[in-house]
Design a protein. Structure first.
Length: 391
């Protein structure tokens, strides 16, 4: 059973069918793209734990998973505990999806992480006026994709941005934490029988302040080997702190001048095409298949087949209505380009990049090194032409 049937879950649905499995999907949207490829469909929200459990009790799956989304992991874990399947515990799912519970677990296990406070109301925030240091980050405790994330340089910034962050908090709580400066990386991990295996380290490119939306990724990391060793050790320690003992983990951290420091993690595969495209291109490891195998209780194949470079770069455009998109076929012909993905079309609104949904599209490339793969992406992006009609 796959919790979700959107485009994010499509690689898992297609891979499961390719493996000869019978696949059920759960999604609130009866028009979700993955439904047509599944054998059975349950109409329910991926975040409705009771509904996901009811669907699983009807379907009786041998394994259950979700791909690249955090909150559905709570339903996955609850089903696994009730039906005796192979996944993380419900307690771990909470720690991996609530940034407050997560950072408490980090502190309890002495995992390098930023200072933090949580706020449930504007009144609570006002009471902290003389207790914070700046700059700092404010974000919802229970959202992802850079939704509601802001950088504050002073208390007035926090007051003015509170409603923006609070509006993206599903349960109303926001977290304020130390602003880490350095190079952001993510670590793609597969935990098998309690052992955390680091598959790849991903270097990240973001928009920076104030929203920190990811605009590019490349593998393998170009950090020195000693730094990479510290990154791997921190990722493994963080997984242990929240209790991830089965399945994938996507661990995000900042490499500061004092060493790597945790940002957050997800007890699932990374999104943004990191684990579905870049990991296979750079290592030959089919992480989607490995995740399905772990969910079924099978031993996954996580041995690298090659050591190449892979990268993705996202595109944006000026604000306005998209009037035309050209050069896509030309970009596909650039040597090393493996995929062009357009997430907005003619007639759609191009907006400033405040979250991942605001990006126009992306280019994915493979080459001998990460640096060459990035250059290939940039070359392909230069051939794409997007014209905008001002509103």
């Amino acid at each position: 059973m796959i919790v979700g049937a959107s485009v994010l879950q499509l690689p898992a649905i297609l891979k499961a069918k390719e493996m000869g499995l019978c696949v059920a999907v759960v999604d609130f949207n009866p028009q979700a793209i993955g439904i047509q490829y599944a054998d059975k469909y349950y109409n329910a929200s991926t975040m409705d734990e009771d509904a996901v459990l009811a669907a699983a009790e009807d379907y009786k799956p041998d394994g259950i998973m979700t791909l690249a989304t955090d909150m559905p992991m709570r339903g996955v874990a609850r089903v696994s505990e009730k039906l005796g399947l192979h996944s993380i515990s419900y307690d771990t799912a909470i720690k991996a999806t609530d940034k407050f519970e997560m950072i408490k677990a980090f502190k309890a296990y002495d995992v390098a992480s930023p200072w933090f406070v949580t706020v449930d109301s504007l009144e609570e925030l006002k009471a902290l006026e003389n207790q914070l240091s700046y700059p700092c980050i404010m974000k919802p405790t229970d959202n992802a994709g850079s939704h509601g994330v802001v950088l504050a340089h002073g208390f007035e910034d926090l007051l003015q941005s509170y409603e923006y962050s609070h509006a993206s908090a599903r349960h109303g709580r926001v977290i304020i934490e130390e602003y880490l400066q350095g190079d952001e990386v993510s670590v793609e991990v597969m935990v098998v029988d309690g052992k955390a295996n680091v598959l790849q380290i991903t270097d990240k490119l973001t928009t920076g302040a104030p929203h920190f939306v990811e605009m590019g990724h490349s593998q393998p990391s170009r950090h020195p080997l000693e730094t990479q060793k510290a990154i791997k050790n921190l990722a493994i320690h963080a997984c242990q702190a929240v209790g991830i003992d089965q399945g994938p983990a996507h661990v995000e951290m900042m490499v500061t001048k004092h060493g790597p420091v945790m940002i957050e993690l997800g007890a699932r595969m990374g999104g943004d095409n990191i684990t579905t495209s870049l990991v296979p291109l750079s290592t030959g490891i089919d992480m989607v298949k490995a995740t399905i195998d772990v969910a079924l209780g099978n031993q996954p194949d996580i041995q690298p087949k090659w050591y190449l470079g892979a990268a993705i770069r996202y595109m944006d455009a000026p604000e306005g209505i998209i009037r035309s998109i050209s050069g896509v076929e030309e970009a596909k012909q650039v040597e090393g380009v493996r995929q062009i993905i357009m997430t907005k079309a003619v007639g759609d609104l191009s907006t400033p990049i405040h979250c991942s949904n605001d990006r126009i599209g992306s280019v994915i490339a493979q080459s001998a090194t990460a640096e060459e793969a990035v250059k290939t992406c940039e070359k392909a992006l230069r051939t794409l032409r997007i014209t905008i009609k001002n509103q």
